[in-house]
Design a protein around this ligand. Structure first.
Ligand SMILES: [Zn+2]
Length: 156
């Protein structure tokens, strides 16, 4: 198609077809480069940790007599999470980071932009070697588990 368009341009403007083809290909390459760099910047922004544990740490400071409590473990998108709260409140306020479904060790995530410019992450358990690829980042996975298990989630 690039050659067809450049051929038409050459006929109408007199510019040689190979120069038009080169301009179209380099323009396409430039657009890919710009899109990739934008996605990389989004990846960095979307990998930042959320406000998940902030409420628990604040309450720990302000209510030193409250007793921390671990609620029933949940499974979200194939990973395990421990919900946390206090004996004094009947529901969880935060979740742990994602854990391995085979050995319960903390997972490590490496995020990247794939060939379709989607942000994806590869999770790997450093203890047993379990691996799973997810869409989005590890921070977004944790946020989604938090929103699923905690009835009062504020993201501001
Ligand atoms: Zn494991």
């Amino acid at each position: 198609m690039a050659v067809g368009i450049s051929g038409i341009v050459w006929i109408t403007t007199g510019v040689p077809a190979w120069i038009c083809a080169l301009a179209i290909v380099s323009g396409f390459g430039g657009a890919i480069s710009v899109t990739y760099k934008q996605r990389q910047a989004q990846l960095v922004e979307r990998s930042k940790p959320g406000a998940n544990m902030r409420l628990v740490t604040t309450l720990l400071q302000e209510k030193p007599n409250w007793r921390p409590k671990k609620f029933l473990q949940i499974k979200h998108r194939g990973f395990l999470f421990d919900p946390y709260g206090f004996d004094e409140i009947p529901f969880p306020l935060a979740v742990s980071s994602p854990m391995c479904p085979q050995c319960r060790h903390d997972m490590r995530f490496r995020s990247f932009v794939d060939w379709r410019f989607r942000i994806r992450s590869k999770g790997r358990c450093p203890n047993c070697g379990f691996e799973r690829e997810i869409s989005g980042t590890g921070a977004e996975l944790e946020q989604a588990a938090w929103e699923e298990v905690c009835p009062i989630v504020r993201t501001d």
